[in-house]
Write a protein that binds this ligand. Structure first.
Ligand SMILES: Cc1cc2nc3c(=O)[nH]c(=O)nc-3n(C[C@H](O)[C@H](O)[C@H](O)COP(=O)(O)OP(=O)(O)OC[C@H]3O[C@@H](n4cnc5c(N)ncnc54)[C@H](O)[C@@H]3O)c2cc1C
Ligand code: SF4
Length: 565
């Protein structure tokens, strides 16, 4: 049968894939985007503005809905009864952990991916990150410098709409910002305390629209963001890139299509992908001149490791042996929580922005001297609190019945809690491979994790706990406690590194344009190319680097390096 062939096939419609398909469609290419799960429809799938008592299962969802699924834990806030939809999250495709590893792999398989529910923190990386190896002698530099990538950060910020202020700091360069999110009472109190102990407390860079932007409405501060925004007032592929790509009429979007591998021709070049139609369980092949993998950091590596052929016996484009290596993550955890007695009895103010990254403590360690602390690099901290709809401190207060309810009310809105974001360092013992025995329900070898926190990030964790003790003292707060240990690896959703980019094909999977060294018509548009994490989150950089890679690819189409169908 004649088979339709596309200029480009893009795997994944999240922050990276959505950006790629928008740019390529707008440039006139015929693009097929493939997404492993269903089409997300905000009006049906987000159930905001309801109280927990309006929901059948009080917000937790049907306890039986995950019965028989591979990973039975719901993904906390983002996968609650407010956004249960029709299987928006992935629980069918199993993964495995090597002995001693406890990786928690949250996946959103709906169109738009995790950025339907993300926290929106969107700081720029700087040369302190790209050239960190030069500064402290550990690991590899990135193959780009700030001057080269800054214009792409600007393009990403202008498209997404990022709210912040100019701050002139080495660790998070300033960008093109919308007005910042208004601060809450707690922010002013925390800032005063932080100043006393020499820690910056500043508006975060947040991809939430403080004013109407590019045809999207301004945020009305309902505070439900991590359950999805029903008016599209923060950047998400659902409201931004997917409609933009569809408007060109150059997009074919396939849903419930789980890509298993990249197909190669007789020369080992990419010729398309094979996917499993989840409805029929049939395997289908799609052909294209260029393949873009943007299935998210870990799933991209999974697809590549499963793309074995006589040309690529250990996975496609893996002549370096680096595919799956250098897995890094942000260590997350609560280094301190408590309350601000000076706010007891104060009326709640309508600052329903508790679900936003309003402010943060950007990295302040090792800025001038890379070895000032006991650890290298540095971490940042977010502090949450304020007049949210739901008292997030419910599990920090002991009690039962009316006494417990009374205490929840008495403390509202005084409690605050911190979250550390500490980058792990690449380590030869932290990597993913495919499980030699275990397969998922479609017969695809499972991705297997090997990961432990390292000494460097654990030193940051201890440092942050001491900082929180000092901060509570300095701001006149009362500390209730701190987490006894960090969260499980994987919790942050900021994993990096498994297809790192670099100048040397012997030590990296792609070149600096995210084009694989071995297979020039295979590109990657997600955080798997980032060689090391920073103290900042990954999504805005994923968008910026995807824009840059697609621009380079379009140049290759113009030059005839890649030919159109
Ligand atoms: C609650 C929460 C808070 C967060 N906070 C922040 C934050 O403040 N700042 C920040 O920068 N980031 C944050 N993140 C992380 C952010 O959401 C991710 O970095 C970003 O969404 C990653 O985009 P991606 O396109 O690489 O992957 P994803 O969003 O995971 O998209 C991947 C897409 O690929 C598809 N796919 C996967 N496998 C296959 C396959 N085999 N075949 C076909 N399709 C496939 C999926 O269906 C999905 O649509 C947060 C995430 C969550 C959930
Ligand atoms: S607070 Fe703003 S961005 Fe968040 S869900 Fe409400 S309107 Fe959307």
């Amino acid at each position: 049968m004649p088979v339709e062939k596309f200029d480009v096939v893009v795997v994944g419609t999240g922050a990276g894939g959505g950006t790629a398909m928008k740019m390529l469609c707008e440039a006139g290419l015929r693009v097929c985007a493939i997404n492993s799960g269903p089409r997300l429809e905000p009006a049906k799938d987000y159930r905001l503005h309801r109280q927990v008592y309006d929901l059948k299962y009080r917000g937790f969802g049907d306890p039986l809905r995950l019965q028989g699924k591979a990973h039975q834990e719901p993904y906390s806030v983002e996968e609650s009864e407010y956004s249960e939809g029709h299987d928006l999250f992935e629980h069918d495709v199993a993964y495995s952990n090597a002995p001693g590893t406890d990786w928690y792999w949250k996946r959103c398989k709906a169109t738009g991916g995790k950025a339907n529910f993300w926290g929106r923190s969107s700081a720029r990386f700087g040369d302190i990150d790209f050239k960190a190896a030069d500064l402290d002698g550990f690991g590899e530099n990135w193959p780009v410098d700030y001057a080269e990538i800054a214009p792409w950060f600007s393009k990403a910020e202008r498209y997404m709409g990022v709210a912040s202020t100019a701050q002139n700091r080495l660790s998070n360069p300033d960008g093109d910002y919308l007005p910042p999110i208004p601060w809450r009472c707690i922010d002013y109190i925390i800032q005063k305390g932080a100043e006393k102990i020499g820690v910056p407390y500043l508006p975060d860079r947040c991809a939430q629209l403080t004013v109407a932007h590019n045809g999207h409405p301004a945020c009305h501060y309902c505070g439900n963001c991590t359950r999805g925004c029903d008016v599209g007032a923060f950047f998400s592929p659902t409201w931004f890139t997917i409609p933009d790509a569809e408007a060109t009429k150059n997009l074919t979007l396939l849903t419930n299509a789980l890509v298993r591998c990249v197909l190669v021709d007789e020369n080992g070049l990419a010729k398309g992908v094979a996917y499993v139609d989840r409805g029929t369980k049939r395997e289908v092949e799609i052909y294209a001149q260029v393949v873009v993998l943007a299935a998210s950091c870990l799933e991209t590596a999974h697809i590549m490791l499963n793309s074995k052929s006589r040309h690529w016996p250990s996975g496609i484009a893996n002549s370096s042996g680096q595919l799956g290596r250098n897995l890094c993550d942000h260590l997350y955890g609560g280094p301190g929580f408590g309350y601000l007695p000076q706010l007891l009895g104060q009326p709640a103010t309508p600052d329903n922005i508790a679900d936003s990254t309003v402010a943060w403590m950007p990295r302040w360690q090792n800025l001038r001297n890379p070895r000032e602390e006991k650890f290298i690099r540095g971490y940042s901290v977010y502090v949450g609190g304020g007049c949210g709809e739901f008292p997030g401190y419910y599990n920090q207060i002991e009690g039962f019945g009316s006494e417990y309810k009374g205490n929840i009310k008495r403390y509202y809105p005084t409690p605050i809690g911190a979250l550390i974001q500490a980058p792990s360092l690449p380590s030869p013992t932290n990597f993913v491979d495919t499980d030699p025995v275990k397969k998922d329900i479609f017969g695809i070898p499972q991705l297997r994790f090997h990961f432990q926190w390292g000494e460097n990030e654990l030193l940051m964790w201890e440092h942050s706990k001491q900082m929180m003790i000092d901060l509570f003292k300095a701001m006149g707060g009362e500390m209730w406690g701190a987490d006894s240990e960090p969260n499980r690896p994987g919790t942050s959703l900021h994993e990096t590194g498994v297809c790192r980019f670099g100048a040397n094909p012997k030590t990296s999977v792609t070149n600096k344009w995210a084009q694989t060294h071995d297979v020039p018509n295979l590109y990657i548009c997600d955080a798997s190319i980032f060689p090391s994490p920073t103290d900042k989150t990954t999504t805005m950089p994923i968008v910026a680097f995807a824009m840059r890679s697609c621009d380079y690819m379009l140049g290759n189409f113009r030059k005839g390096v890649h030919r159109r169908v």
